[in-house]
Design a protein around this ligand. Structure first.
Ligand SMILES: Nc1ncnc2c1ncn2[C@@H]1O[C@H](COP(=O)(O)OP(=O)(O)OP(=O)(O)O)[C@@H](O)[C@H]1O
Ligand SMILES: Nc1ncnc2c1ncn2[C@@H]1O[C@H](COP(=O)(O)OP(=O)(O)OP(=O)(O)O)[C@@H](O)[C@H]1O
Ligand SMILES: [Mg+2]
Ligand SMILES: [Mg+2]
Lengths: 461, 461
């Protein structure tokens, strides 16, 4: 009755792994591929490197349904001393900052390692060299779930003769290849649509897939941003003040926040009833609460800037969708940046028409968040709702039609519905932008279809 | 580029609070009510106490949209020394055992406290006395998110003159009462359907709701169970072996697992090729992997027992549904225990017909997991799929119809799709049982409708 227990964080995630997408051997194999591929794309494109990714799944023991997954990239690599924590410590990441990447939680690799060691009892094998590193490092690592720290089973380092940089990872896990195959294939193709600048060579037990690089143009690499005044709460403000090193309130606002110049800061502080020259660290807790409240209420802030975002852009979307879907025509739109709760976001949409797209009674929907294809939980995603409620008749589309819709949301804070990153929770500002993006793209389709109709009429006279 | 950071667990959950249902002021208010009410029900019914719960929501500051939530119960209470960790330490719980409760994560209260302190900077106020406690303890607590430990702002204790036992909690948070009102009302009514033995008195800013106790019959209190041989993985086995205090393999199987008698253990160990008299701690890691693999493959285990489950039962389901829905007739079914992955589960279903249920084109679906009403993410829940695919025509139901369907899954391990516990992930064994339970309940409805038809015919002659 009164027996309480504290669970260490790594043990908690091992026991509740379905929250991160590791429900069963089928989902776990799919999720392992996702975590490795998304890390590789984050380690390349974000730093201006054209991604080249090798991915291999082998059946290791049919009877036990053990498979191995191997992923290798040409990214920035991981410094030798950091490899143990990167793979062996839950909530260890380089992505806890205001900048768009696919990774956000600092959990992905650790879930892969926890699932692998819980099912096959084998370590993860890692080989990596950072940019300009003289050495290549190799490790075998497991996680001590009691202390949330890496267990190093083996460690090697040797000269990096050919100036290689990148990361290679191999894990052994219980996985159902046949049940997961279709989803994995789908995931990789959808990745090639949104990232046509990536080259992905996949080899599975009974199939091969080569997704060629369709363009060498990369989307703009996102910069690192500052929080917008509307996005902070009291605890966050306390942490920022602790790092403010003796600034005045005026300096603090100008230096630590996005979209706050000297003029705006002065006007705001007067409106809010604060002394601009007071030392930030002299604020009482009540004054901090008041400051946060006023920041949220103030209507005069500039919009959050969007340099920290990295949309795909209409041109690349069109290249990707045409190449992979075999569409006759693709119309893409990138909306202007908007924000919710102080977090900037951009919605992009594309409609792909005809060609090899199979006709169906409702549009095929390809959902993306920060360039990650979302395949599961479509019913819980606001994008499905937007596409189903859209009035296609106004845009000359009658069903069955060969129509695919791509909806991509990018943001410094995607409101995921779960740690498995499979659906976007409902946020009114995002939903509105999805509708508008879809409308803009559909208008272009309507124009194309009317022109085609006219040509057909001319032709048939 | 190579700057890594480790986030403390409490800080990580504070930043990613939408994963646990605290997306915005509306959802956070709803989720706070859920966490407090579910804890109170776990602290009463599970120990054979008829629940009496007072719940109050007050507007504290209209302009800042600060509200307070107060919940008081007559449960087993919390020992004084445990109160700080219970409220101030993420992953601290009495429910990390094989037994059905609503709570499973050891996170609920901490999310409430983290959200409250992040928005209003106020502590949680707690008053509690355990059963037979001479004293009543009062605390004011916040969470230090760097060290994941309670900050005690105030502590009092005084004599427990009237032998009270229970827990009272008050928090101040940013919450949108008007936006959350409908869901909170819905949630409390759905709680009263599944727990007609509970008395819940709610007072909100502009409404009152008194859910009377409809019966003094309580469902069977669940016992505490052992893991089934099919439900363990390698890491879990390692932990169990570490606690086995020098047993032989034979003793270990008989003592530490559910549904394993001496006979079964001997037969299994022979089949699997293990020496029954070997000391468990002498097993190598490879042998442990082999043991787990053989335990999963062995077809001769008995089914997992279900003493650790606590279904509602057809009788209580009918009482609850009739009283709250105002149905003309209710037909409920409780299926026999089944299992998935070694975890026992039971599915119950009820169909409520006519009376005050408004007619609609598809059945109203009331979903429950371990007696928790699930209101959000219906699209991601397998129960919605089962009800929509059901062939109602075969059961004399034509739409629009006044029909409500209740589906309840209870298990020692509900496969939740997220930490907010709003939807059940797809597990084939559970889905199958839902279909069968729905069929059984619908058959009873069909019988009732045919009889009614006949009576009408007789009447109209
Ligand atoms: N292929 C890679 N190349 C370079 N660095 C990598 C690679 N994979 C992972 N990393 C580094 O390891 C860190 C941890 O990766 P992990 O997948 O666990 O978390 P994450 O990507 O930050 O977030 P998420 O849990 O959302 O995936 C990353 O932040 C990144 O710095
Ligand atoms: N009203 C209450 N009466 C008695 N004990 C309580 C009460 N509320 C909470 N507790 C105790 O505090 C512990 C922590 O509660 P908390 O809600 O944080 O986690 P949980 O209920 O175990 O799991 P979950 O995160 O799924 O809700 C519980 O396990 C229980 O032992
Ligand atoms: Mg990652
Ligand atoms: Mg709880």
């Amino acid at each position: 009755m009164y027996a309480y227990e504290a669970l260490p964080v790594a043990e908690w995630f091992r026991r509740n792994r379905e929250l991160a997408g590791f429900h069963n051997p089928t989902r776990a194999l799919y999720q392992t591929v996702r975590e490795l591929v998304e890390n590789s794309l984050d380690a390349t494109e974000t730093y201006g490197i054209l991604p080249t990714i090798y991915l291999r799944i082998n059946i290791e023991d049919e009877q036990k349904s053990w498979v191995s997954v191997y992923a290798e990239d040409n990214g920035i690599g991981i410094p030798g001393a950091e490899i143990p924590n990167v793979f062996g410590r839950v909530f260890y990441s380089s992505k806890y900052r205001i900048k768009q990447h696919r990774g956000v939680f600092g959990l992905g690799l650790k879930m892969v390692v926890l699932y692998a060691q819980s099912t096959t009892n084998k370590p993860v094998y890692v080989r990596s060299a950072a940019l300009k590193s003289d050495k290549i490092y190799e490790y075998q690592i497991m996680i001590d779930t009691n202390s949330n720290s890496p267990i190093i089973l083996d460690r090697k380092e040797y000269p990096n003769k050919y100036r290689w940089h990148g990361t290679a990872v191999k894990v052994y896990l219980e996985g159902s290849w046949l049940a997961a195959k279709k989803r994995i294939e789908d995931y990789l193709k959808r990745t090639a649509i949104i990232a046509p600048y990536a080259e992905i060579a996949f080899k599975g037990p009974d199939m091969e897939l080569w997704l060629k690089r369709r363009t060498t143009k990369l989307p703009p690499a996102p910069k690192e941003g500052l929080p917008h005044p509307k996005s902070v709460d009291v605890d966050t403000l306390k942490q920022m003040v602790a790092e403010s090193r003796g600034m005045t309130l005026l300096e603090f606002l100008m230096e630590s926040f996005d979209a706050v110049g000297e003029g705006t800061a002065k006007v705001f502080l007067e409106w809010a009833g604060f002394n601009p020259n007071m030392k930030v660290t002299a604020m009482t807790p009540e004054e901090m609460v008041k400051l946060v409240e006023k920041m949220k209420q103030y209507g005069g802030w500039r919009r959050p800037r969007s340099e920290w975002l990295s949309p795909v852009g209409a041109e690349l979307l069109e290249i990707g969708a045409k190449a992979i879907l075999g569409a006759e025509a693709v119309f893409a739109v990138t909306r202007k940046p908007e924000s919710y709760g102080g977090h900037p976001f951009i919605v992009e949409a594309a409609v792909a028409w005809g060609g090899q797209i199979p006709p169906s009674d409702k549009p095929v929907l390809l959902r993306y968040a920060n360039k990650i294809p979302l395949l599961y939980d479509e019913g819980a995603d606001v994008a499905r709702k937007v596409v189903d409620e859209f009035n296609w008749q106004n845009y000359k589309v009658k069903f069955p039609a060969s129509l695919a819709v791509i909806i991509h949301v990018c943001s410094t804070k995607i409101p995921y519905a779960s740690a498995g990153k499979e659906a976007i929770a409902e946020v009114p500002e995002i939903e509105k932008e999805m509708r508008l993006a879809l409308r803009d793209a559909a208008k272009k389709l309507r124009l194309y279809l009317s022109r085609k109709e006219k040509e057909m009429e001319m032709f048939n006279r």
